[in-house]
Design a protein around this ligand. Sequence first.
Ligand code: HEC
Length: 124
Amino acid sequence: MKKINIALSLMVALVVLSGCNSKPKEEVKTYKYTTDVVYKETCLHCHGAKGEGVAEKKSPAINKLSIQELEMALFDIKNGGLGQSTASEHEVMEHNMKKLTEKGYDYDIKAMANYIFTTFNQAK
Ligand code: HEC
């Protein structure tokens, strides 16, 4: 009988523990489209099929930026400035991003930086 009790309480403890682990720390945001779809349907138009940039659109190449640079740029673009800095270097892109978000083309910053880097980066 005692053995069964120990086994039972162990199982209960395991269930409780694993339950805690699987609980997300922050609310997980879900996105309508994958980064691949977002890029191809929106960003590609201005940044090119290889992230090389499009001169007529005055859009820069994004295929030479590191993951960190991409994350920072995307954070700036989506949040209207980096931390305390008042001036933004990405005003055009911030405006673009607001429009894209309204149309449902939102994305996770880390996922998009990772997608752009692994798909296009030349310095790999
Ligand atoms: C209508 C054209 C247009 C579209 C669509 C567009 N961009 Fe841009 N993007 C620009 C222009 C122009 C700039 C440079 C000026 C600026 O940053 O405001 C830029 C800048 C950027 C930068 C900063 C590059 C750097 O060196 O700092 C990143 C990163 C970027 N875009 C990513 C994206 C992603 C990801 C998408 C799709 C979700 C996207 N852009 C869609 C025109 C566009």
